[in-house]
Each structure stands twice: as structure tokens, then as C-alpha cells.
Ligand binder design. Structure first.
Ligand SMILES: [Zn+2]
Length: 166
């Protein structure tokens, strides 16, 4: 495995400098995310980028992540490719301070406690988990569906397909 920065030693400094870091990780190695995955023996590469910024004097981290995951279709239980992407802004709050109240969370960011050695992969995994669909299914499962009249299908034909298709 290539050497990549897995922690940000000082996330507040990272934000102040407007630094950016990019990396790649196999989704199967992220323990909480892996629970939702089908492991077909090939990597499910997550590309991620973290960038720091200061907005109105406050330190932020933007987390971008994108991956094509292999999930389980909740209808036919077959393998299902699913592109998940995350784009989140985190407000860095020192551990010594309280997180802002919920009532302030109409803004488009999430406050998180941060300190030294900010866990890059933990943040990427968290954002991908939030972006996961609750009950992913194929648009059309490979169960045969009756096609009649060369295209136009009446609701009754669909119903019939459902009854015989199971
Ligand atoms: Zn399916």
C-alpha cells in the first residue's frame, strides 16, 4: 500500500492554510462501510479529497468522496453496483468547546469535534455512510418481466408480471 496521509496532524492549521489532500482507499477496508458491501474479491476504490478553508473566521474541512460500491439489491438480493458520492462541509470545533446547538444547523455544514491527528479515513467513511441508500434496489431486477404489445404496458399487464414473476 502506498504511503498516504491518513491523519491531518493539525486540522485547524490545515484549514487556515487552505491545504488539500487527496487519496484513495479500498471501501472494503473501512469496517463500518464494509458491513454494507458485497465483497467480490476486487477493490472498491474510494477517491477522496479533503480541503481546508476559513469562512467568516471559522475553520472548515470539505470532504469529497466518490466510489462505485457493490451492494446487495434489497429486492432480488443480487449484486448491485451503486455510485455513492459525498460532498460535505465540516465545521471544526475544538474539543474544549461545545458543539453549536441544533437550532443553528440550518446551515449547510456539520459541526464536528476535532483535535490533533484528525482521522481522514474516519471522516471519509462517515460521509459515505450518510450517503448510502437505505434500501438500494436495481432499477430493474433481472427477474423476467412480461413485455406485451411491443412497448406500452397497461397497469394490469404490470400486475400480471408481478404475480407470475416471483
Ligand atoms: Zn435486484
Amino acid at each position: 500500500m502506498s504511503h498516504q496521509l491518513r491523519v491531518i496532524p493539525d486540522p485547524f492549521e490545515f484549514a487556515r492554510r487552505g491545504d488539500t489532500l487527496q487519496g484513495e482507499v479500498d471501501a472494503r477496508s473501512l469496517p463500518r462501510l464494509a458491513e454494507s458491501l458485497r465483497d467480490l474479491g476486487v477493490p472498491q476504490r474510494v477517491a477522496y479529497e479533503l480541503s481546508g478553508s476559513v469562512i467568516e473566521g471559522k475553520p472548515f474541512l470539505t470532504v469529497l468522496a466518490s466510489v462505485e460500491l457493490t451492494l446487495e439489491c434489497q429486492r432480488c438480493l443480487g449484486d448491485l453496483s451503486w455510485v455513492v458520492s459525498a460532498d460535505s462541509r465540516l465545521l471544526l470545533v475544538p474539543r474544549t468547546e461545545e458543539l453549536p446547538d441544533d437550532e443553528l444547523e440550518e446551515d449547510d455544514f456539520d459541526p464536528v469535534h476535532a483535535w490533533r491527528d484528525f482521522d481522514v479515513l474516519g471522516a471519509v467513511e462517515e460521509e459515505l455512510l450518510l450517503a448510502l441508500p437505505l434500501a438500494p434496489t436495481h432499477e430493474q431486477c433481472s427477474v423476467p418481466v412480461a413485455k406485451e404489445n411491443g412497448g406500452e404496458r397497461s397497469p394490469f399487464a404490470v400486475l400480471k408480471g408481478l404475480k407470475t414473476g416471483g
